[in-house]
Design a protein. Sequence first.
Lengths: 370, 348
Amino acid sequence: MSALRTEEFTVNMGPHHPSTHGVCRLILTMDGEKVVKVEPVIGYLHRALEKICENRTYVQCIPILDRFEYVTAMSCNYVFALAVEKLAEIEVPERAEYIRVIMLELNRIASHLLFYGVTAMDIGALTPFLYGLRERELIIDLFEMTCGQRLTYNYIRIGGVARDLPPEFVPKCREAVKIITDKLVDYEGLLNENPIWKVRNQGIGYLSPEDAIAYGVSGPVLRASGVEYDIRKNDPYSIYDRFDFNIPTHQNGDCYDRYLQRLAEIKESLKIITQALDGLPEGEIQPKKKINAITYKPPAGEVYARVENSRGELGVYLISDGSTKPVRVKTRGGSYNQLQALPIMVNDCLIADLVAIFASLDVIMPEVDR
Amino acid sequence: MELYPVFMWLHDLLESTGIGEPWSTIISYGFLAVTVFGTLSILALFLVWWERKIAGHIQQRFGPMRTGWHGWYQTIMDAVKLLQKEDIRIATRDKAVFFWAPVVCFVAAYLAYVVIPFGENLIVADLNVGILYIIAVTTFTVISLLMAGWGSNNKYALLGGMRSAAQVVSYEVPMAVSILTVIVFAGSLSMVDIANAQQGNIIFNWFIFKPPFGIIAFLTYITAATAEANRTPFDIPEAEQELVAGYNVEYSGMKFAMFFLAEFVNLFTVSAIAVTLFFGGWHGPLLPSWIWFLLKTFAVILLLMLFRWTFPRLRVDQLMEFAWKFLVPLTFANLILAGWFKYAGWHW
């Protein structure tokens, strides 16, 4: 009896799919239930953010870049402010730097908690999603208290921050840090040693360190492959060199390690926040020479600023001709490169694994599509 | 015939009005069927509400709160809403199959209740092949899943139906073999005899306390039962991340509700069987027997609900491997050893 004739077929996954975290279309070439090839199709959420920035003044660019990577909007605010500060050599007050670090780390935790929730949901566990969002809510409340916004903050401005912390922020923040530290034990208890969780994640979606570097992958995905690279340590910005924290790494480069990696990073961020709250000085939060939102003109030149956000390297390349508007704003986000690396991580896996791999990359589609 | 007093009274009443013998029996059995159907429908509606409340409380929410005290009539309103919904019938469907699939599913779910003893003498018919009958009729569910997938004429529904059918058939084997272990203990296929064999000695005559075979049989049974009832971690038929919606994607309105309710009736069925086989059935002190039965069944259902809201989902190939490479050998080894113990007359 001759072998059954089989042929590969094409399945379209997305653009509307519950686990593509936005609007991403994946063209799958399937051999039975196995995924042979994945081809991501991007651009459904293209909003021409970079072009819009060219028609706005520098200060007006910040709320636009909020929308660039909305899950960690603080770091988007920050990276643009950092680029302008580098270009114009603006001195940032001490207190503002501390507030920025607190906000950036809180936002990183919020983003990783969201990751925890949605990844568990993609694997089929519904409860962790609610747990992750519950603790994220604490952080979002802190942001709301500080700047009135819950998602797109427009808080970190050129040369400082928009307004000072409210007096009840510090105790509330300490309380949130304590609650999250406690709840992390629950999180780990729910999934870390869960045999189903392990069998679904371990050895799935392997990304070798060489491939990760070649594809420009950064952030937790890179560190989960065993490469110790974190811009906060390797190219310190702001006042990160003052804090004592580690760069956790994991060696296996699979979905399970990427999950552990993010939980480990939450703990490090909590350490940084505690230290920053302890060392928070009094003083100004904006530079002495005020930045006028309409007439501010940085000197002509080019600059690239980069920060480590929860998805890797977030960068802004800025060209200024000395006028009130930037000539070119080029953004670089971690998700874009990670999505690019998706096809090499799919190794004859099943669709269910593809969902797990996609979730473990923690891709934010608006960032990919700009 | 173990029929409860109301039934006897009804039967006598019909006899006294002078209706002939076949008719009085038929009418009283019809009454019985309606009673069982009504009770189970109410139980299914209650279970939907209960599941939502439990899910809510596990997930730091309240669940339904708006309709009545803690939303107690939420599911009734949902059922009323689904009754009013337009019944969308896609033009390319296979008319007969599409129509009958939910009916078969619904009926198959209820058929098992012919032999489930709700309490002392509270059983429709104590068949001497009771448990075999249950295994046989619950298999109808597979046919209904395939019918739903095929009748919808939709590749997603068909794939969902195939996956469901493959899963249910695979887990039927370890489930049946676990049940066989209990039959070895009890020496009878009748549900009443099995329950009666566990009477006395407080709770230590329950078959779950026959180490090690009883506990292994229970664990394998409850695992297979979770898969039979299509619940997490075995809810492959409704894996929303992988499938569009599974076999019922083209169904709407009351037809969808029938699948949905059948699922909860199945949940009650597998738990009721577990109670009868492993937890002494309706036997218990002080309280009426049917209250004991319901309490024990709800305890098992609670266990299954906690599974659902705690575990992630297995992958489809892992699911099959778990059934065929782990559960089936384990249950067979358990059955053979239990049989050997019984044959050798070694005491438990």
